[in-house]
Design a protein around this ligand. Structure first.
Ligand code: DGY
Length: 327
């Protein structure tokens, strides 16, 4: 064993394309094995690969449940995910076994809030449709009512889930001269001074908002909160944006709401399932913009996320405080 005491510890990395900086940090101090194929590791392979390891560097594609923890065995000390979301991890089961959990809060807040704004504008101002028209001859002349959509200035924006990312979205939309920012959060949050965002009930937020943005973590209480009744409570002109998890939405109900113009449009960075099958009705709807879960995909953010994931593992293996432990 070297000075740090982690030499000989085994860490399994579930993908071959994790940003190198983090994987290199691990390699300097412990034995690293990784799934070195470009496609995601199949479940059966993952169960075999983690046998006897001390740490797992995973992503939101990997379900960390009782079966997996069992397969890893009692030597497992830490699971670190390169994500802030942890709905893929059975936290209670990890706790029971004394397995620490690392995640990546804060470092992706700006990237995800930025992408939320990008998706909001792409949806409201119909960018994918407009780009398609420009390239395929639909652009006959400048036309006064063609390709129009609602602006943000003067609008009411409702943010569901007012944690780090929700607040980051609020600060950004405020710069667009919105009239009001409303938010709904399950737990109490101190009144938001900086943006003047006002806490309201979920129903009130749905009824008042021109833009409804979901930034809430997926937990049992937020599962499919955006259901048929929620879409019916929204304005007919509302635009719905989701950059959290697909599971917060009853997707068939959203499809119906978009088809029947119960709401105007939706922008989704997250869906059920992921990837969204090519034959999904969502892909056929002009009033739906779909992104392939790229919220945190800023180069800087992904590098810092990878470093933090590695640092979480190294600290846990050394018995030191982890820089970002899920408590
Ligand atoms: C997360 O961190 O939870 C995102 O979904 C991926 O960055």
């Amino acid at each position: 064993r070297n000075m740090s005491g982690v030499a000989g510890h085994q860490v399994y990395v579930t993908r071959d394309d994790m940003p190198e900086c983090g994987v290199d940090l691990l390699k300097k101090e412990c034995d690293v094995k990784l799934w070195n194929h470009s496609s995601p590791i199949p479940r059966a392979e993952l169960l075999k690969a983690v046998a006897g390891v001390n740490g797992i560097y995973c992503s939101l594609n990997d379900k960390i449940d009782q079966e997996l923890l069992e397969a890893a065995g009692p030597g497992l000390k830490v699971v670190a995910t390169i994500s802030v979301g942890h709905d893929h991890i059975d936290v209670a089961e990890c706790r029971k076994r004394g397995v620490k959990i690392g995640y990546t809060p804060d470092v992706l807040t700006d990237a995800t809030a930025e992408l939320t704004l990008a998706l909001l504008l792409a949806t409201s101002r119909r960018l994918p449709e407009a780009i398609h028209e420009a390239r395929t001859g639909g652009w006959v002349s400048w036309a006064p009512t063609w390709m129009t959509g609602p602006g943000l200035a003067g609008a009411t924006v409702g943010i569901v889930g007012f944690g780090r990312i929700g607040q980051g979205v609020a600060r950004r939309v405020k710069a667009f001269n919105t009239a009001r920012i409303l938010y709904y959060n399950r737990s109490r949050r101190p009144e938001e001074q900086e943006t003047g965002a006002v806490k309201v009930s979920f129903d009130e937020l749905l009824a008042q908002s021109d833009f409804v943005i979901c930034c809430a973590a997926l937990v049992p209480e937020t599962k499919e909160i955006f259901n048929k009744s929620a879409f019916e409570k929204m304005k007919k002109t509302a635009i719905f944006v989701n950059t959290s998890r697909g599971g917060t939405v009853d997707q068939p109900a959203l499809i119906e709401a978009l088809k029947t113009n119960t709401i105007r449009a939706a922008g989704l960075d997250v869906t059920t399932p992921e990837p969204l099958p090519l034959d999904s009705p969502l892909f056929k709807l002009k009033n739906c913009v779909i992104l392939p879960h790229i919220g945190s995909a800023a180069i800087e953010a992904r590098n810092i996320m990878s470093n933090l994931t590695a640092q979480n593992i190294l600290a846990a293996l050394k018995g030191e405080p982890m820089p970002a432990e899920l408590k």
